[in-house]
Design a protein around this ligand. Structure first.
Ligand SMILES: NC(=O)c1ccc[n+]([C@@H]2O[C@H](COP(=O)([O-])OP(=O)(O)OC[C@H]3O[C@@H](n4cnc5c(N)ncnc54)[C@H](O)[C@@H]3O)[C@@H](O)[C@H]2O)c1
Length: 257
């Protein structure tokens, strides 16, 4: 198993991609800390992981607060003795046409979770890995919308581009400590997050953007994250890995006006 004896933290662990990654990490031999603002779902999912023989633990965490992310890392080390993998994956998307934006509801909250949350996760986990002399890996969830613009997701696009630059910048400074930092760019993944597009009459077009003409399964994202968390990917650092079924190579413009 590729993650034997590794301890991994997953933020947004109660969600679609996070939970599938928790299952995959455990299947690969890791102990997993599931962190999410949603305690009820997170606790239930940790029970499922344990019933299937996994070592898992839930820590309620709001990634918009640095002190809570520091506490998450501390609790991980208290519980499992180390931290090898930090998957900064919590994110929100609230699709809305740009001209209908109110900054307080359509800009600030998305920046807080998607951008600040990833920054806090990189910083807190890197400090702890260095303190414990662990050559770990930090994986951040970006998006195709960090590479290409997308309609109705102005702020989301900005945050995901920031995730990619934070990834590359952190990789440069942390490489000397043996810590790798990478990001992933999923396309359209079948999780609750994407359902908001149904409100804007572009659902059929969303399918057309994927080369297989269907949503990517969260399991397929989890497989890539497990590879990146493993030593098999040791030569990948600072990069954004596109897990988007071709979307960012072949995107056609949406047809709305
Ligand atoms: N679904 C897609 O099509 C898609 C595509 C590209 C990128 N992504 C990214 O993948 C990541 C996971 O999304 P998903 O598709 O699994 O969606 P999801 O909505 O199923 O999961 C997101 C999780 O983040 C948690 N979360 C939200 N705010 C939080 C906070 N302040 N602190 C801690 N946790 C918080 C939610 O409770 C939820 O469990 C996100 O970063 C998202 O932007 C998703």
């Amino acid at each position: 198993m590729r993650l034997n004896n590794k301890v991994a933290v997953i933020t947004g662990g109660s969600g679609g991609i996070g939970f599938e990654t928790a299952k995959k990490f455990i299947a690969e031999g890791a102990k997993v800390v599931v962190a999410d603002i949603n305690e009820k779902v997170g606790q239930e999912q940790v029970e499922v992981l344990k019933q299937n023989g996994g070592e898992a633990y839930f820590v309620q965490t709001n990634v918009t607060k640095y002190e809570e992310v520091v506490d998450l890392v501390e609790k991980t080390v208290e519980k499992f003795g180390r931290i090898d993998v930090m998957f900064n994956n919590a994110g929100i998307s609230m699709p809305k046409p740009f001209l209908e934006h109110d900054p307080s509801s359509d800009y600030d909250p998305v920046i807080s979770v998607n951008q600040n949350g990833v920054y806090y996760g990189i910083l807190a986990s890197a400090k702890k890995m260095i303190e414990l002399n662990i050559e770990g890996i930090i994986i951040n969830t970006a998006s195709v919308f960090g590479i290409l613009p997308g309609e109705f997701t102005f702020t989301y696009n900005a945050t995901k581009a920031a995730v990619n630059m934070m990834t590359a910048s952190a990789a440069m400074e942390l490489g000397v400590h043996g810590i790798r930092v990478v990001s992933i760019a999923p396309g359209r993944v079948d999780t609750p997050m994407i359902q908001g597009y149904k409100d804007y009459g572009v659902w059929d077009q969303v399918m057309q953007e994927q080369m297989r003409r269907k949503l990517t399964n969260p399991e397929e994202i989890a497989n890539t994250v497990a590879f990146l968390a493993s030593e098999e990917s040791n030569s990948i650092n600072g990069s954004c890995i596109r897990v988007d079924d071709g979307y960012s190579n072949f995107k056609a413009p949406l047809l709305t006006k």
